[in-house]
Design a protein around this ligand. Structure first.
Ligand SMILES: Cc1cc2nc3c(=O)[nH]c(=O)nc-3n(C[C@H](O)[C@H](O)[C@H](O)COP(=O)(O)O)c2cc1C
Length: 189
């Protein structure tokens, strides 16, 4: 089952924007992050949640989408995320390992996938402008943003070909293809 969930948990970038993701759902997802591993158990992560159209519209302009899809600037109105999680680190607590946010993000996205939702981790964030727009105090460093919603696109996994190209692509039907390296390539010893 965990394999099925992980396969289903792709990066989705187009959503049924009209399908709301409620604050209760967001809080349940953050609870999965709360229960996840943390270096030295410091638990420095903090979250800003957004699921109303006005706040979503404030966050969207500061996100970068699918850099390999050169002719796609990101989801159009109607296909944008219904919710966001802005993941922050409380710099007063510190960061012994700097990987808590990846673990937390995966917990949140697996929980979303289990609920029929989907999302995308967004590292390409105009942090300076997002900080201003959301009035985030300097104490909190913006790590990544998770975009969430009900997926409106098909995503399939491919094998990396002989040319070694790892760039994802979209076909003429709008299906998103994601090449993954083989087990033999990644297990080196
Ligand atoms: C740390 C991290 C940052 C990412 N940042 C972005 C981003 O800024 N914009 C985007 O569209 N996708 C982003 N992604 C999604 C990756 O492009 C995606 O994981 C990759 O293409 C593989 O697809 P998959 O998640 O379906 O396996 C990010 C993923 C990770 C793990």
């Amino acid at each position: 089952m965990i394999r099925d969930l992980i396969i289903k948990n792709r990066s989705y970038r187009r959503f049924h924007q009209e399908v709301a993701v409620g604050m209760d759902t967001l809080r349940e997802l953050i609870d999965l992050a709360r229960l996840s591993a943390s270096g030295a158990n410091m638990q420095p992560l903090r979250y800003i949640l957004s699921c109303d159209p006005e706040k979503n519209a404030v966050i969207f302009p500061f996100l970068g989408w699918a850099a390999y899809l050169k002719d796609w600037p990101g989801p159009d109105e109607g296909e944008r995320p219904s919710a966001y999680v802005v993941m922050l680190e409380d710099t007063k607590i510190g960061h012994p390992m700097r990987c808590d946010h990846g673990i937390a993000a995966q917990s949140i996205l697996l929980g979303a996938t289990e609920r029929g939702l989907g999302g995308c981790m967004i590292g390409s964030v105009d942090r300076k402008e997002l900080r201003k727009a959301l009035k985030i105090p300097e104490r909190y460093e913006i790590l990544i943003v998770l975009a969430l919603g009900e997926p409106a696109q098909a995503v399939v996994i491919e094998s990396v070909g002989a040319d070694g190209d790892i760039k994802y692509w979209r076909d003429s039907e709008g299906v998103h293809h994601v090449p993954k390296r083989s087990l033999d390539e990644i297990i080196i010893g």
